[in-house]
Every structure is written in C-alpha cells, then in structure tokens.
Design a protein around this ligand. Structure first.
Ligand code: IMP
Length: 418
C-alpha cells in the first residue's frame, strides 16, 4: 500500500505530533526519517500530555514505529523515552536503523561551543548536537547505531575518529574526552538497545506494498538545510525528498502528502521571519497558543500566516492536502491578516527568496479579513464561525490545495475532518 507523508510547511512546531497521532490510528507503521531529539512532540490524550523528542508520534497509538537511517540518535534520550512510555503502560514495537548516526557527547559539547563563539550571530540551535553529528556523517567520521553492537567495530571507529575530536576539543578549550569511558558507555547503550536495532531499509521495503506506512517529518520546510532560511536552519531535510534518503523507500511508494501548517506563523531561534509581530498581536498569539518550545522551553516568535512561504513549501513537498492547526488560537481577534506577497525594494514579489539579505528586507503585503470567536473545540466544519470558514477557504483557494483537516484544540477529538 502506498505511503503517506506528513510534513511541516513552516518553521517547525506546526502541530505535526497531533496530526500524526490522528492519522497513525489508520496505519500499521509510523517512520521518522530525519532530525533527532531537536524535535518536540506534544500530544494530549485524555487530558494526559505526552512530550517526547525522538520516538515517532505513532508510538502513542501502539503502532510499529521505525527510526530510519536519516535520523541522528542520542541513545541516552532514546532509552529514557522508551522507559517513560513503558512507564505509562504503552507497548513499544520499535525498530531503529543500524545505519542511523549516533549523537556523541562531543557533538553536544561542540554544538554549544560553536554557538557561543558565534555570539549574536548564532543560529539558536537546540544544543542537542544535531549539527555536529550530521557534519560528522557527511565528513565520514560518524558512529552508526550498528557500530554499538560490535565491540571490535566500535573500538576501531572510535580509534579512527577520536584523535581528530580530541584536537578539536582542545581548540575549543573543552574537556578532554575520556575515551575508555566513552567506549564503555556507548557499548552499554548498544547492549540495551540491541533488540531494537536492525536493517530498517529491508524491513520497510518488505512491508511498503502490503501495509500502510506513515512517514513523519520533524521540523519544517523553512528549516530544511537546502530549502530553508540557510544558515538559520537545521541540518537535515524535513521535506518529502528527505523520506527517500532517510529511509531507503523509493519516491514512487509515497502517494499522499499531507502538509501541516499552523493558522499563523511561529519560529524559534534566529533568522528572518517576514510576518513576525513584535507587538501586541505577537504576544496575544504566543500567550493564547502556548508558544513555548517543547525541547528548549524557549519562547516562539509569532506572526500572521505567510502564503508566500506556504506556497513555496507546498511546491517543494508536492503537498496534496493541508492540515491546518491551531485555528482556535485566532479566536477573539477583531481582524486577521494573511500575507499574500512580499514588498521588496518597492516591488511586489510572490517568490520566497533564497538570499537572507533579501528576505530580511521583505515587507509583508496583507489582506485583512474580519475575525471571529468560538472556533475552539469544534468537531464539525459546519459548526465553525462563518468568518473562520472564510479564512480556511481563502487559504485553500490561494494555495490551490485542499484543506482536509482543521485542528481546533490540543486534544485528539478537537479535530475537524473535511
Ligand atoms: P538544531 O536543529 O538544534 O541544529 O537547530 C537549528 C535551528 O532549528 C534552530 O533555529 C532551532 O530552533 C530550530 N529547530 C530545530 N528543531 C526544531 C523543532 O522541532 N521545531 C522548531 N524549531 C526547531
């Protein structure tokens, strides 16, 4: 059966966790293909809030979950999440790719050190070691999950890479790596995780024609290393293209792409965001939307919905339908604004620029619509206030993409399926 993809269309935090949890009910297997524990999912089930970072959200539906080769795995975080979920009485049927790269303590330390050195030019990373781990993967200095299962292999890989790392640590005046302790700790992680580690590539290709598989993106299109606001991005490909490289499943096997977009825009960390509202509206959205990062507890920057960015994201991901989240957060506003173009040096542009300097100078061109109250908690489209429906329809028409899901609250049941 063809695969379904769920991807973020903005700067992450679109509410993919809730949407994935919703769709996971109808599939057999949920797969993560990129990112690591920089992600943060919050899913509310029966008033219980689950927060996790690395496990695919489908785990809450008791589905088979897979961490693909494109993910970077911090074994300590993975073990903690397994314990936390088991402690909540959940069954865990997990497979982790033996090719997934491992986040090492020096990755976390270097993430912090590089950010410090950048000072006010920093990216604002989650400091989870994501960037340095992906850098090592590309530089061919990575340790992979499969290496943790074999004493000889782990020893050989560490002997190869640690002299380089020690030099870098020295350069940054960071603590010297205790090589013996590192080896033993990671070997122990391997022992504990052994039963989960395997060849996910053969596994996924063996089930993709028979079973229903959902690919769950982390972060969002505008944080993509290639398509996002580089260098203020993450180090992986959250777009649908990342599914193939991050799992080994060929493109023809992905048939349905669901793009997730918030009814407004948020961003954590640095980098341009044309529709950012620094005044009252920004505060209103942040407060009402509970816009605090799940991973770092940082405040998210908030602003109006940005159709230039969304159109760009729909194009890159080949979005078939949109899940529009947090519509209820706009409840109670007298009017709402939709950014339909940018003004750059006196001209209107409809394309998302590649140059950050250009993007920084872009001023949003807004359409203003009357606001509404009472979208919160609605479960049927007909029950939505008229102006809220007009807002949803405007977005769909402008993007030329059907909106198939509207989320009106954090709970599983506060969802409208069109
Ligand atoms: P990194 O992924 O930790 O390297 O952080 C790079 C940028 O991506 C920073 O601006 C982070 O705030 C942002 N980022 C990483 N993961 C997420 C996420 O799951 N949601 C929103 N922003 C994220």
């Amino acid at each position: 059966m063809p695969g379904i993809a769920i991807v973020g269309l903005q700067w992450g935090d679109e509410g993919k966790g809730k949407i994935t949890d919703y769709f996971a009910a109808g599939v057999d297997c949920v797969v993560r293909y990129q990112g690591g524990n920089n992600a943060g999912h919050t899913v509310v089930i029966k008033d219980k809030k689950y927060k996790f970072h690395l496990m695919p959200s489908g785990v809450l539906q008791g589905k088979k979950v897979v961490i693909g080769n494109g993910v970077v795995v911090d074994p300590e975080v993975l073990l903690n999440e397994i314990d936390m979920l088991k402690g909540n009485g959940l069954e865990i049927d997990l497979m982790v790719s033996d090719r997934a790269n491992v986040i090492m303590p020096y990755h976390r330390m270097l993430d912090g050190a590089e950010e410090n050195l950048l000072g006010n030019k920093k990216i604002g990373t989650t400091k989870r070691g994501i960037g340095p781990c992906y850098s090592d993967k590309i530089a061919r200095h990575g340790i992979r999950m499969g290496d943790l299962l074999n004493e000889e292999e782990l020893k050989e890989k560490l002997e190869r890479v640690l002299p380089i790392k020690q030099k870098i640590m020295e350069l940054y005046r960071l603590e010297k790596i205790d090589e013996k302790k590192l080896f033993e700790t990671y070997l122990e992680y391997g022992r504990k995780l052994q039963k989960y580690i395997g060849d996910t590539i053969y596994y996924l290709n063996s089930i993709i024609d028979e079973k229903r598989v959902l690919f769950e993106g982390a972060q969002g299109t505008l944080l993509d290393i290639d398509y996002g606001t580089y260098p203020f991005v993450t180090s992986s490909n959250p777009v649908t293209g990342g599914i193939c490289t991050g799992t080994g499943v060929p493109p023809k096997k992905i048939e349905r792409v669901i793009g997730v977009a918030k009814a407004y825009t948020t961003r954590v960390g640095m980098g341009p965001m044309p529709t950012e509202e620094r005044g009252k509206i920004g505060e209103y959205l942040a407060e009402k939307g509970g816009e605090i990062g799940t991973t770092t507890g940082r405040k998210r920057r908030c602003g109006w919905i940005d159709m230039v960015a969304l159109k760009y994201a729909c194009m890159i991901n080949g979005v078939d339908e949109i899940a529009l989240t947090k519509l209820d957060v706009l409840d109670g506003l007298e009017e709402v604004k939709i950014c339909v173009a940018y003004e750059y040096e006196g001209k209107e542009i409809a394309r998302f620029p590649s140059s950050l300097l250009t993007l920084e100078k872009c001023k949003p061109v807004y359409e203003t619509m009357p606001g509404w109250d009472g979208a919160r908690g609605k479960k049927k489209y007909e029950e939505l206030p008229e102006n809220a429906k007009k807002y949803v329809e405007y977005i769909s028409d402008h993007l030329g993409v059907e909106i198939s899901v509207v989320s009106t609250g954090a709970k599983r049941e506060e969802t409208i399926v069109l």
